[in-house]
Ligand binder design. Structure first.
Ligand code: 5GP
Ligand code: ZN
Length: 115
């Protein structure tokens, strides 16, 4: 299914739920996470509804590559200059809560660092 009417991220893509967008093209949408874990925390999602990495097919390789190439570009545009963290949670044990594939990209001073 290319669009799931019950999926919260598909609703963001369709403009039915507002989001603070940072990037959009034909294939990919980027927006700020509603509950940031870092000073700059964005999500990159494919416009195609792919539930998780488990559903990825060989033809999605270029799409995933586009997301990876976008991450450093957007961090730079958002003023992140000292590195960032990327995370893709997959499935229940992977801590995935929203079943529309997304890449977390988190930058700024590391609030998760211990000590
Ligand atoms: P997951 O645990 O699935 O990897 O992460 C889902 C992420 O989506 C969470 O960090 C959560 O804060 C974010 N999120 C969930 N619902 C919304 C929403 O409606 N808008 C935005 N901007 N982020 C959301
Ligand atoms: Zn979706």
């Amino acid at each position: 299914m290319s669009h799931d009417p019950n999926c919260i991220f598909c609703k963001i893509i369709a403009g039915q739920i507002p989001a603070k967008k940072v990037y959009e093209d034909e294939h990919i949408l980027g927006f700020h996470d509603i509950h940031p874990w870092a000073p700059v925390h964005i999500l990159l999602i494919p416009k195609l509804h792919i539930a998780s990495m488990v559903e990825l097919q060989p033809e999605h390789a270029e799409l995933m590559g586009r997301m990876a190439v976008l991450a450093p570009r957007l961090m730079k545009e958002l003023g992140v200059s000292n590195g960032f963290r990327t995370v893709i949670n997959t499935g229940a044990d992977g801590g995935q809560e929203v079943y529309h594939l997304h890449m977390h990209v988190m930058g700024g001073p590391r609030p998760w660092a211990k000590g």
